[in-house]
Design a protein around this ligand. Sequence first.
Ligand SMILES: NC(=O)c1ccc[n+]([C@@H]2O[C@H](COP(=O)([O-])OP(=O)(O)OC[C@H]3O[C@@H](n4cnc5c(N)ncnc54)[C@H](OP(=O)(O)O)[C@@H]3O)[C@@H](O)[C@H]2O)c1
Length: 276
Amino acid sequence: MQNSPIVKMPRLIYGTAWKKEQTCDRVVQAITAGFRGIDTAGQPKHYHEPGVGAALRILQAQGVMRDRLFIQTKFTPISGQDPAHLPYDPSAPLSAQVAQSLASSQKNLGTDYVDSFVLHSPLSQWSQMMEVWKAMEAVYFQGSAKILGISNCYDLEVLKALYEHSTVKPSVVQNRFYRDTDYDAELRLWCKHRNIEYQSFWTLTANPQILESAMTQEIAESHGKTAAQVFFRFLTQIGVVPLSGTCSEIHMREDLEIFSFELAEREVELFHAQLR
Ligand SMILES: NC(=O)c1ccc[n+]([C@@H]2O[C@H](COP(=O)([O-])OP(=O)(O)OC[C@H]3O[C@@H](n4cnc5c(N)ncnc54)[C@H](OP(=O)(O)O)[C@@H]3O)[C@@H](O)[C@H]2O)c1
């Protein structure tokens, strides 16, 4: 089964990691500013899903209904969890862990479905990976997730194998966007040919050399924008969906303003050259 083209993913997504008790306020602020996508995870160590749920209730009371938002959460395998705060029983079979994690996310978020359900990282053994993916497919077939995805998948062979052996194909890859992986150039191209959306994180923090380069500064100045804005704009123009987890209201607005201008083909080429 091909990945579903029905779900419309916003071209920029608000990330909720590391905000702890500030999560609710920041999510309300981001959605009020104009973000429509929210990224979270069933990983209490880094994400406070109940805070996202509280924000969704406030937003709903203000007239921002659930169906206008794209909500993405993740199943985090035990290796990525704090054993003292788990959204599932670690002694249960992997398939049950996935179901329990999603049930916990649904409760936290106060929603009976998520738009996207992402495997936080590949599992070391292929049999485990398939058990988890089959359980995620079950979630999809129940209608509790509209699309499925995978994160921290830097080995194209692993992604190809998952694509080949799955019934519900991955629709999302969420990866760290940095030089060490050649910016996933080959993997992104492969994804593009299969309508798999590539989401980036660490986009600003891992790339100071791009943000500070004379070329970026010049392009930013000519558009009257910041370096972060033109870099985000470049990424959206080449089909990448960046995540922004900014806590600043000014940066939220600046991030959203990237859709009010367009880089010329030559400028896109100049940015491309900086990824090589
Ligand atoms: N799948 C995974 O394993 C994984 C791992 C990491 C992150 N994520 C996801 O990705 C999201 C984003 O995380 P991230 O690691 O990319 O970093 P981030 O949380 O977006 O932080 C980036 C830094 O850039 C600054 N910033 C943001 N927008 C800016 C702008 N327009 N101009 C200038 N500075 C700006 C922020 O400072 P201010 O707050 O002051 O603006 C912050 O210090 C997370 O919340 C999470 O949802 C996923």
